[in-house]
Design a protein around this ligand. Structure first.
Ligand SMILES: NC(=O)c1ccc[n+]([C@@H]2O[C@H](COP(=O)([O-])OP(=O)(O)OC[C@H]3O[C@@H](n4cnc5c(N)ncnc54)[C@H](O)[C@@H]3O)[C@@H](O)[C@H]2O)c1
Ligand SMILES: [Zn+2]
Length: 366
């Protein structure tokens, strides 16, 4: 079992990564907890819920499970309110615990409830998607969606422990696995050349779900994100580098009503387009661009929906720009394994690479 220690202004906590992490989990929780609200979704709870509940119950905790519908539609204030009610009725107190078992949806929702219930109770993350293990469970951002936009209502609330069991990834649908892999490649491409090289050299093992490769992948991504978050907990500077691929990725997600792409699929396209922009702006040497593109194309590019033109995506880009205070912020690679924040990217450049993708002229379409 591997451990990555995360240091933040809000405290320090371990991420434990390996197989069969559940049995050692209760020992690592802070003392004094009597009750647990266990939040999961309807796909994940039948797979791992009993096993986690049993572990917690064997440690003497009273476990109250609550299962939400799978998917983004459960990340709402309405569902959070239902969880407050369950917690109150179960007598959950200030010294008790909210646990999330599932992907980023369960984590963000349960974390938001933990951050706000009685002004904040302890929070345990048991992430079961690749995306949640390498990204959403690290960093302390929790929240729900609003009808006017995603993730607009939220808080920073660090967990007391993150327990990532690699065996949970065995049941993850392929498309979800690949979407999580996009964030993995992002860490290598934007932050670490040695990790990028590890991915290039161990790609088959990674894609095949080899647990020893996955252990290294999850631990390294958590360490990289933890280092960035420790230096920039509230996202004022360096943390922005984690948004490589996300500017145009978000624009494509928004332009398609969040229904065509999984988040990671849009990020893969965004990373390809950012790489092309960086090459065109001559901030990234051509050889380095080729290296990044080769790895990104191995993830596969989801084709756009038929008939989509660049207009809606550019409109979404302008909307984001306005919200960010007027300047379009792009995270562009400057070499394989390093990225920088760029403020003044011409819209025509973005429009050009977008059109190339939308016209089907890019890479090896899946
Ligand atoms: N807090 C953050 O810093 C942060 C960062 C990135 C993303 N997010 C959020 O994370 C969410 C996306 O997370 P996600 O991709 O994990 O989505 P998700 O939680 O919806 O999980 C994806 C799907 O996989 C299923 N599933 C989960 N684990 C499984 C398993 N082990 N076996 C079989 N099926 C399984 C789920 O039921 C769901 O249908 C979004 O809401 C996004 O906003 C948050
Ligand atoms: Zn992302």
């Amino acid at each position: 079992m591997r451990t990555v220690q995360v240091e933040t202004g809000g405290g320090s906590y371990p991420i434990i990564i390996g197989r069969e992490v559940f049995p050692s989990l209760a020992d690592r929780l802070p003392p004094g907890i009597r009750k647990v609200l266990l939040v999961s979704d309807g796909n994940v709870f039948p797979l791992f819920g009993d096993s986690l509940a049993r572990t917690l119950a064997e440690a003497g905790l009273m476990v109250k499970p609550y299962v939400v519908d799978p998917g983004e539609k459960s990340k709402t204030l309405r569902v959070a309110e239902a969880l407050y009610t369950v917690a109150l009725e179960a007598g959950l107190g200030r010294g008790d615990l909210v646990a999330a078992l599932g992907g980023g949806v369960a984590g963000d929702l349960a974390g938001f409830v933990a951050a706000t219930y009685m002004r904040g109770v302890a929070f345990l993350q048991v992430p079961t998607t690749l995306l949640a293990q390498v990204d959403s469970s690290v960093g302390g951002k929790v929240g729900v969606n609003h009808p006017l936009g995603k993730n607009l209502i939220g808080a920073f609330h660090q967990p007391v422990l993150v327990a990532a069991d690699l065996a949970t990834l065995d049941t993850l649908p392929r498309r979800e696995f690949l979407a999580g892999a996009a964030e993995v490649v992002k860490y290598g491409a934007a932050l670490s050349e040695p990790f990028l090289r590890f991915l290039e050299q161990n790609w088959e093992g990674f894609m095949g779900g080899d647990h020893s490769v996955l252990a290294e992948v999850v631990a390294t991504c958590c360490r990289l994100k933890a280092e960035v978050v420790a230096r920039d907990e509230r996202e004022t500077g360096e943390r922005a580098l984690l948004n490589f691929g996300h500017t145009l990725g978000h624009a494509l997600e928004a332009a398609t009503g969040y229904s065509h792409y999984l988040h990671g699929e849009a990020v893969t396209v965004g990373m390809v387009l950012d790489t092309l922009i960086a090459r065109e702006m001559k901030v990234l040497p051509a050889g380095e661009a080729d290296r990044l593109l080769a790895l990104l194309y191995r993830l596969g590019l989801r084709p756009p929906p038929p008939g989509l033109d660049a207009g809606p995506a550019l409109a979404a880009l302008r909307f984001d720009k306005k919200r960010a205070g007027g300047s379009a912020v792009f995270i562009l690679p400057v070499r394989a394994g390093a990225a920088r924040v760029f403020g003044g990217v011409e819209e025509s450049l973005a429009a050009g690479v977008l059109a190339g993708y939308l016209d089907g002229h890019l890479g090896e379409e899946r």
